[in-house]
Structure formats: structure tokens, C-alpha cells
Design a protein around this ligand. Structure first.
Ligand code: NAP
Ligand code: G4F
Length: 368
């Protein structure tokens, strides 16, 4: 009897260990975007099987994940790309049924605030109802106790801010169709957590940037244009509102926070931010300093312009087309809860982020 007991115990320990050691499976919507690609890099390093959803496009849209792409015929694969679309409930549901992920990160969105004023219905469909489609699929396939869910919420939900700085308890006042859609996604995530006990978290992330940032967001646009100006490839950069204030962090730090949220004992919502704020104009100055360009600002508001000292060459000018029907004037986050409960804090500051973005931009322009 003692011997049988001994064998059973060993078997139990081995069985438990293999189960604990089973590689986790993650599904990332929006894997071809800035955050999706960094998150995929991170999860692959953590030995996950990573499934990413890409949408059909007439031109190639996988450049941010090309470095981790594995051909179907390769032996041991840990990264899988699937066609799908967050506006298509059937594709969402089918992927979740087939993959049965341990963790879903919903990063897919029409993520440009200004564009959301031009395509408000699509933005609502993708950014609001997209989250509902995933949550409903988790419930429909009986995965409430298995699949954890991360929703990519945003500081844009604070919009016309009710207090400074903003934390998890600050009321929302969105100022764009994008912000409004994300508020729906936030509350439907809370609702499914409370109604069906799904482990569902909202990350309320403030602006985060990198060299993988889309070219029409202000930081990447500034870095790209000023680097081209430095190399003699462009004359002038046209911008909109220079006075808007943002709390800018680095995307690599922020995807780590997403993962951390899903590793907690209890699902909750977290503000992720640096707690430091800069205007768009200050961001321009930081990039000019990094490029060692001597400059001088003249005029105010719509008449502002930035000239190269000594030459009078106009390198920054204002184009009123880049102003929005409504602006979010100031965003500043308070991440005390994330620091305490997730033990999260950013590794980058604005200077190290600008340094990296400029270095990578110059490198890529020189290799073009
Ligand atoms: P991004 O670079 O614009 O990436 C968005 C991703 O969503 C892309 O992969 C895009 O595909 C995909 N997508 C768009 N519409 C889709 C659809 N209908 N079906 C499937 N996929 C679709 O955005 P990001 O900066 O990585 O941000 C990731 C998420 O965080 C977004 O939800 C964004 O709203 C949110 N967020 C971002 C920030 C920030 O500062 N970056 C802050 C707070 C919250 P394509 O590559 O084909 O376009
Ligand atoms: O870089 P932006 O377009 O980012 P925005 O609107 O803050 O939104 C980003 O951050 C959100 C988090 O708060 C995300 F949820 C969202 O998905 C996105 O990633 O603009 C930043 C500021 C704005 O005030 C804008 O008016 O820069 C101002 N700006 C001035 N000139 C410009 C420009 N923005 C853009 N895109 N292009 C310009 O020429």
C-alpha cells in the first residue's frame, strides 16, 4: 500500500507540474498595430503560444510582425496569424471557439481620434461593439472560467477632464466618437465581469509611443519630419494645435502593464501613465534638441512658426486642417494603483523615448 501511495504521489506531482508548465495561449486582436506587435514580442519571450488576428488589406499590413512571422511549414511554431475582423461577429466567435485562449487582448481599433470624426459609425462598430463581440463569444462558448480578457481603454475617455491628474475613479467626459466608443467598451467589460464573473480588465492607458507608432500620430509625425529636415529630405513640418498637453510613455512599458493586469488574483481596472505632461510644442523642442538643431519660435497660436536660428528657414508651421472639431486640451495620469498592485513603473522617460525614436528614424531613413 505504501508503495502504491508513493507512486500515486509522484504521478500527481508530475501531472500537476506538466499542467502548470503547459504553455499559455494568447489571442491578440490588433496584432499588426504598435501595441499588438510589442505584446506579441513579449508573450513569445514568455513562452506563450501567440495567435494574432490580422484583417484583410489590399496592401501588406504585417510589417510590424514580420520579424516574428513563422511559415506554416516550420516545425515548432509559437506565432500564428489568422484572418479576422472585429466588426465580424462570426470570425470573432469562430477564432475564440477554435483557439480557446487563456488570455485575450483586445487591441483592435480604429485608433485615430481625428479620423473618428470622419468615420464615426465604423469607429463605434469596431471600438465599442468589437469588445462586446469578444465578451459575448467568451460567454457563448462557455469559457467564462478559462479565458481572461483585456480591453484597451484610453485616457481619451477622460476628455474634458473632471480633475487633474486622472485616476481610476475620475468620471469620463469623452470628446470624440473614438472616446465615446471606448467608454461603451469600458462599461461593457465591467458589466460582463460583474454579470458573468469573467476575468475582464480595463487598462486606461495614456498616450504611448515608439518607433512603431503609426505615421499620422503627432509624435511619430514630428520625429519623422524633423529627421528628414535634418537630412535635407524635407523643408517644413505642418502641425495643428501646439498647446495640447499629453502624458506620453513608451509602448514597451505599457504592453508589460497589460500582461501584468491579467496575472493578478482579481480582475480590476488600471490607469497606466507616466505622471509627466508636455505640450506638443515641447515635444517638438525635445526632438530638435536631440537632433542638435538650433531653433527660434515666432508668433502665437495659428501664426506660430519655428525657424532655424541664423538661416530663417521655416521648419514648423501651422495648418488649420490639423485642428479637430473638439480638442482634449490636457491629459495627465495618476498610476498609483498600478504602482502598488501591479508593481508597475515605466522604464522610459520622455527623453530616453525621444532619443530612441530619433535614433531609429535616422537609421531607417538612411537605409531607405
Ligand atoms: P494601432 O497601431 O492603430 O493598431 C490598431 C490595430 O487594430 C491594428 O492592428 C489594426 O489593423 C487593427 N484593426 C483596426 N480595425 C480593425 C478591425 N476592424 N478588425 C481587426 N483589426 C482591426 O493602435 P495602437 O497604438 O497599437 O493601440 C492599440 C489599442 O490601444 C487600440 O485599441 C487603441 O485604441 C488603444 N490605445 C492606444 C493608445 C496609444 O497611445 N497608442 C492609448 C490608449 C489606448 P491594421 O494594421 O490592418 O490597421
Ligand atoms: O498623436 P495624437 O493624434 O494622439 P491623441 O489624439 O492624443 O490620441 C492617441 O492617444 C490616445 C490616448 O489618450 C489613444 F487612445 C488614441 O488611440 C491615440 O493613440 O494627437 C495628440 C495631440 C492632439 O491634441 C492633437 O490635436 O496632438 C495634437 N496635434 C497637433 N498637431 C496633432 C497634430 N495630432 C496629429 N495627429 N497630427 C498633427 O498634425
Amino acid at each position: 500500500l505504501f508503495f502504491i501511495n508513493y507512486i500515486c504521489n509522484i504521478y500527481n506531482i508530475l501531472y500537476k507540474n506538466t499542467n502548470n508548465m503547459r504553455k499559455k495561449i494568447a489571442l491578440i486582436t490588433g496584432v499588426t498595430g504598435q501595441d499588438g506587435s510589442y505584446l506579441a514580442d513579449y508573450l513569445i519571450k514568455k513562452k506563450y503560444f501567440v495567435h494574432g488576428v490580422k484583417r484583410r488589406s489590399s496592401s501588406l499590413n504585417t510589417s510590424r510582425v514580420d520579424h516574428i512571422y513563422q511559415d506554416r511549414f516550420e516545425g515548432k511554431r509559437n506565432f500564428f496569424l489568422h484572418y479576422g475582423d472585429i466588426t465580424d461577429a462570426i470570425s470573432v466567435s469562430t477564432l475564440i471557439r477554435k483557439i480557446k485562449p487563456d488570455e485575450i487582448y483586445n487591441l483592435a481599433a480604429q485608433s485615430h481620434v481625428s479620423v473618428s470624426f470622419e468615420v464615426p459609425e465604423y469607429t463605434g462598430n469596431a471600438d465599442a461593439i468589437g469588445a462586446l463581440r469578444i465578451l459575448e463569444a467568451i460567454k457563448f462558448h462557455g469559457l467564462e472560467n478559462k479565458t481572461k480578457f483585456y480591453q484597451a481603454g484610453t485616457s481619451e475617455m477622460f476628455g474634458k477632464v473632471k480633475e487633474i491628474p486622472q485616476n481610476e475613479k475620475t468620471p469620463f467626459y469623452p470628446r470624440s466618437p473614438y472616446g465615446v466608443a471606448k467608454v461603451y467598451a469600458h462599461w461593457i467589460t465591467v458589466n460582463y465581469r460583474e454579470a458573468y464573473n469573467i476575468f475582464a480588465c480595463n487598462g486606461i492607458l495614456f498616450n504611448h509611443e515608439s518607433s512603431r507608432r503609426g505615421g499620422t500620430f503627432v509624435t511619430k509625425k514630428i520625429v519623422n519630419a524633423l529627421c528628414k529636415i535634418k537630412l535635407g529630405l524635407q523643408k517644413t513640418l505642418y502641425l495643428g494645435n501646439l498647446e495640447a498637453k499629453r502624458d506620453w510613455g513608451h509602448a514597451k512599458d505599457y504592453v508589460f502593464a497589460m500582461w501584468k493586469m491579467l496575472q493578478q488574483k482579481k480582475a480590476s481596472d488600471f490607469v497606466i501613465s507616466t505622471g509627466k505632461q508636455f505640450t506638443v510644442k515641447q515635444f517638438v523642442n525635445l526632438v530638435l534638441d536631440e537632433l542638435k538643431i538650433k531653433y527660434i519660435w515666432k508668433g502665437r497660436g495659428i501664426n506660430s512658426k519655428c525657424l532655424i536660428k541664423g538661416t530663417g528657414n521655416k521648419i514648423v508651421s501651422i495648418d488649420k486642417n490639423y485642428f479637430r472639431p473638439l480638442e482634449v486640451d490636457t491629459l495627465l495620469g495618476n498610476s498609483t494603483k498600478a504602482k502598488k498592485e501591479l508593481r508597475w513603473k515605466p522604464k522610459y522617460n520622455i527623453k530616453s523615448m525621444v532619443r530612441e525614436m530619433v535614433a531609429e528614424e535616422i537609421n531607417s531613413l538612411k537605409n531607405d
